[in-house]
Unconditional design. Structure first.
Length: 258
């Protein structure tokens, strides 16, 4: 099997991948509370898993490498529950800028920031233009659970897509990291419905702690989660991301997708 993980490759192998115009997937996620039943690293684990699966679907026909995951992000809204790392917006931009600069200095020219945390979405949308201007290279971004939304809706029972520590995230963790799901607390793992896409629509808003929205730290209902759903979701999200990359959409290319 072709190796695709940056930190498992030698510098010489990475130089060869850069010379072949490989795409670099840089997973960006978060470390934060995920209710009473999941580990705090959910976003990082799942974003990494989707990126690796998407890359395997592309390689070796399309050279690709998956960089180490950025495990911290913008998560102030989860701090009240404990177990959460969060950084300032300016710090986040500086970190991503320097990481992208390192990738470019390594000889690569195509970078996709693949996001796995809802709290990062708005910042990344603003950052991509600024990063492209400052670094002189096209920096693309995608949020993995915003891809394959129709497929995900067919897999889930109580929701259409990812919420937080919910049926979707819990199912995917059951499939990818079952040892990090505490099933003894699943009965408590439910909370109000949260529409991530709707929360991004322009309107009159103020910052709200997740503690104002849910006593459990969960949005949605994890009680119907299963490893089977999780495997199907991971495959659906990875396949959708791979299709977009194969089509060359982030760079305005017109390759045929399959």
């Amino acid at each position: 099997m072709t190796e695709i993980a940056w930190n498992r490759l030698s510098a010489a192998a990475l130089r060869a991948l850069a010379a072949s115009d490989a795409i670099v997937l840089l997973p960006v996620a978060s470390t934060e509370q995920h209710g009473p039943h999941l580990a705090t690293g959910v976003d990082s684990f799942l974003c990494s898993e989707v990126c690796l699966r998407a890359a395997r679907k592309l390689a070796p026909g399309q050279p690709v490498v998956v960089a180490p995951t950025v495990w911290f992000g913008l998560a102030d809204h989860h701090v009240a529950f404990g177990g959460t790392f969060s950084i300032a917006l300016a710090t986040y931009y500086a970190v991503l800028r320097d990481l992208c600069r390192s990738v470019l200095q390594a000889g690569f020219r195509r970078i996709v920031l693949v996001n796995g945390h809802g709290g990062n979405i708005q910042a990344l949308a603003a950052f991509t233009g600024e990063l492209t201007r400052e670094l002189g290279a096209p920096i693309a971004t995608a949020t993995y659970f915003m891809e394959g939304v129709e497929e995900a809706a067919q897999i889930l029972e109580d929701q259409k897509g990812v919420m937080h520590a919910c049926e979707a995230e819990t199912s995917m963790m059951m499939a990818a990291h079952p040892d990090l799901v505490d099933r003894t607390h699943l009965s408590q793992a439910h909370g109000p419905v949260f529409d991530i896409a709707g929360s991004l629509q322009p309107s009159l808003k103020r910052f709200r702690s997740f503690a104002e929205l849910t006593a459990s730290g969960v949005a949605g209902d994890a009680r119907k989660a299963s490893a089977e759903k999780g495997e199907a979701l991971l495959e659906a999200y990875a396949a959708a991301l791979a299709r977009r990359l194969l089509a060359g959409e982030p760079w305005g290319e017109t390759k045929g997708a399959s």
